[in-house]
Design a binder for this molecule. Structure first.
Ligand code: FAD
Length: 309
């Protein structure tokens, strides 16, 4: 049994979600190979070769894979994937863009966002916004799986010494071209990788009031998230949304401020190690999942908290 893990990488570095995906592969068992597809990714391949538990790194370094356009990467993964028992990718935007195409090309079902491995063919995955956990058994010849990073503790980024092998195949589907990108710039940690997340909801009342959360977050070294209501109201940008249709986070500490605790929000944060909720309504459902709850007006509680940090 040999497993192919598709590396997520950005700006010449292996993204943390890759380490969680390798951890899921290790739970399945067998040899683990990692595919690094991109252009000018020699450094990424070297870093991937050091990941604990990886036996081989395949590098597809070609202009066709620059910017990792899924139309080009998917045929590569499908071609290579035929020789593997499992193909795994993190359930990130990129992984979710590539793997369904791979599953279609291999004519198998995709198993999405696994959070646990029962055996080589049986996996657990959340359904109904995390309100139920399905156990899925697959008889597919190649099991194509996206991995929810928060479900698996990352393997060590250092300690391995895998062989690095170049892949000659170049698939340019000619269907899409990279035009440009606008990246959100922030000095704060990335939401899904942050150890502490402070999130604001509709209770913040407007975007300007988020300055209170930014000030607290900067003292704590935290990322700032938001509920969908806060995003839909235009308080903050869409990439800050936590939840079923936003980002899934599981930090050491999640502070929910002025958030009621709708199931769709909980779906994105309830695996956080410690949850703190600040809400003026003592009946708010967020208190049912919170380890620590403060019934208070956030406009009094947050400045006070900031002074104490
Ligand atoms: C298909 C679907 C997908 C969805 N996906 C998501 C998702 O990914 N993420 C998400 O978050 N939601 C999602 N939602 C929306 C979700 O159902 C809720 O509407 C949303 O989470 C509510 O956001 P909120 O808690 O900020 O607002 P509200 O529910 O309005 O809660 C605001 C809270 O702030 C408190 N408050 C108000 N003023 C103060 C104050 N001064 N001090 C302290 N507390 C105060 C109130 O007591 C209240 O509890 C989705 C919904 C659907 C149907």
């Amino acid at each position: 049994m040999t497993i192919l893990v598709i590396a997520e990488h950005e700006n010449g570095a292996v993204a943390p979600a890759t380490l969680n995906t390798v951890a899921a592969a290790a739970k399945i068992g067998g040899d683990i190979h990692v595919l690094v597809a991109g252009q000018g990714v020699g450094g990424v391949a070297e870093a991937a070769a050091k990941i604990a538990g990886v036996a081989k790194v395949l590098v597809a370094d070609n202009a066709a894979y620059a910017h990792q356009l899924p139309e080009n990467v998917a045929p590569l993964v499908a071609e290579l994937g035929k020789g593997y028992s499992h193909v795994l990718a993190p359930a990130t935007s990129n992984g979710k863009n590539i793997l369904p195409r791979v599953a279609a090309l291999l004519d198998v079902d995709q198993i999405s966002e696994i959070i646990a491995v029962e055996s080589a063919d049986t996996f657990k995955r959340p359904i109904y916004a995390g309100n139920a956990i399905a156990t899925v058994q697959s008889s597919a010849a190649v099991k194509v799986i996206t991995v929810r990073a928060t479900g698996f503790d990352a393997v060590a980024a250092e300690g391995g010494s895998a062989a690095v092998e170049a892949v000659a195949a170049a698939h340019d589907a000619g269907k899409s071209a990279f035009v440009g990108e606008e990246l959100a710039k922030s000095d704060r940690p990335e939401l899904t990788a942050a150890k502490i997340v402070v999130s604001g909801g509709r209770g913040m009342q407007n975007g300007d009031n988020f300055k209170h959360l930014y000030a607290l977050a900067d003292k704590l070294g935290a990322a700032v998230g938001a509920s969908r209501a806060a995003v839909d109201a235009g308080f903050v940008p869409n990439d800050m949304q936590v939840g079923q249709t936003g980002k899934i986070v599981a930090p050491q500490l999640y502070i929910a401020v002025g958030i009621s605790g709708a199931i769709q929000h909980l779906a994105g944060m309830k695996d956080s190690k410690v949850i703190v909720a600040i809400n003026k309504d003592e009946e708010a459902p967020i208190f049912q999942v919170a380890d620590y709850g403060l019934v208070a007006d956030l406009f009094e509680a947050i400045p006070e908290l900031e002074k104490l940090v």
